[in-house]
Design a protein around this ligand. Sequence first.
Ligand code: G4P
Length: 498
Amino acid sequence: MLPSSDQNEILKRRTFAIISHPDAGKTTLTEKLLLYGGAIHVAGAVKSNKIRKTATSDWMEIEKQRGISVATSVMGFDYAGHHINILDTPGHQDFAEDTFRTLTAVDSAIVVIDSAKGVETQTRRLMEVCRMRKTPVMVFMNKMDREGKDPFDLMDEAEKELGIHCTPVTWANGQGLKFESVFALNNRPAELSEKLQEDLEMIDGVYPEFDKEAYLRSDLAPVFFGSAYKTIGVQELLDFLVANAPSPLPVTAEERIVEPMEDKFTAFCFKIHANMDPNHRSCIAFFKICSGKFLRNTYYYHVRKDQQMRFAAPTCFMAQKKETVDEAFAGDVVGLPDTGNFKIGDTLTAGEKLHFKGLPSFSPEMFKYIDNADPMKQKQLEKGINQLMDEGVAQLFVSQLNGRKIIGTVGQLQFEVIQYRLEHEYQAKCRWQPLQMYKACWIESDDDAELDTFKKRKAQYMATDKEGRDVFMADSAYVLSMAQQDYKHITFHFTSEF
Ligand code: G4P
C-alpha cells in the first residue's frame, strides 16, 4: 500500500468528463467550473477549445483547433481541498470515437442537457457508453434562463432516454425570463410561490431521496437545474460533485483488478494526440494512472513492447497550461511525448505484465476500401495506415475474401484526415473506393459448427479486424436482422469488447 500522504492525494481526486450534444453548453459549463476553481480568471478563456461551428466542413481548420485543444485535453484544478481533473471530449461528432475512449479514463461524468431541446442523439450515444461501463453520472439541465421544456417533462425524458433513474437535487425557481435562482431540495426557501409549493409536493411524492450508493452503482442520476451562461446552479453542482463523485475507482485488467491505492504504478493509454505540424512529428500519448504514483525519469515497463522506458518530460495539465510534472497520482492523466512507441490501450507498469480491458472499438458507420495510388510507396502506405490505426484515427478491416483493406470511420472527416496525413507524414498516396456497408459486427458463438457454416456462407462479407478477430460486414440492416434470425447461436456485437 502507498504511504498515507499519497493515499490522501488519491482520495482528493475527482476525474470526470462533461458530455453533451454540441451546443448544449458543455464549454460554458466547463469554463464556469474552472472559474470556481480559480484556474481561469475571465470568461471566454476556454473558447479556443471548441471546434467552431463555421469550421465543420473544413477539417484542416478543425485540426488546428484540435491542436490548440491539447492543452485543454485535461483541465486540472484544485477546489475545496480536492483535485479536479476534467477530461475534455471533442464536440465534433466525427470524432465521437475519441470521446468514447476518453470515457474509459474517467471515474464519473456530467451529462449536460439543453432544457429547450431535451435529450439529443449524441448525448444518448455517449450515455450508452457510460451505462455499459457503469460510470456514475450527474445530469445538469442547462439554459433554464430560456423558455424550455417543463422541468417534470425533462425529468421524465432523462429517465426514459438516458435509461437511468433520476432524482432532482436542486430545483429551479422560475424558468425563462422568470428564472432567478435554484435551491437545494434539502434546504428549501421559507417563502414559496404557489407554483413552487405544488412542484415540491409533486417531487416529494414522486422522486426518491438521493441515494449515494445507488448513484455510485450507476443506478441513479442526481439532477441539477441551472444556467451555465448566467452561472446559476453551477456551484451547487460542483459542491455536490466534490462531496459525492467517486475518487479513482478500481480498474479491471485481464489478469486482476487493480486498486488505486496499490503502491505499484500502473496506467493505460486512452488517447494519442498527433501533432499536425509535419516538421515536428511527435505525438502526446495520454495515460490514465490506475494505481500508485508516477515519477518522472523513472523506468516503467511497457508491457506490449516488453521494454523498460523512462520519461524525462511528462506533462500534466493544470488549468490550460501544460507543465512538466515530477509526480502524478492514480486518477491523474499524464501526457507522455511519443514518437511511435505507443498504441491506444497500451499499459505501463512497475514491472507486472498487465493488460487493461475496456477500450472497445465501436462499429464504424462509414466504410471505404483504401487502395495504394503510388506503387513506389507501398511500404510507406502500409506503415502510415498501421500507425494511424494505432493512434485510433479509424479502424482497419481486411476482407477475408480478397485481402483488400477497408477503413471504417464514424464520419467523412476522418477519411480526409487520413489521406492528408498519409501524404504529408508518410509521403504515401491513397485512393478511396466507396463501400456500401451498414455495420461491422464482431461475431461469437459457442456453437463451432454454426459459426463455421456462417463464415463459409457469408465468406464474401467476412473481414478480420486488427486483432485478428472475425467481423461480419453487414451491408444493410435487413441483411443483419436476417442473419440474426437464421443463426440463433451466433451473437452479433457492435463493439469489439464483449
Ligand atoms: P457546447 O460546448 O456544448 O457546444 O456549447 P457552448 O457552451 O459553446 O454553448 C452553446 C451556446 O449556448 C453558446 O451560445 C452559449 O453561450 C449558449 N449557452 C450555454 N449555456 C447557456 C445557458 O445557460 N443559457 C443560455 N441562454 N445560453 C447558454 P452561442 O451564441 O453559440 O455562442 P456565444 O456567442 O454565446 O459564445
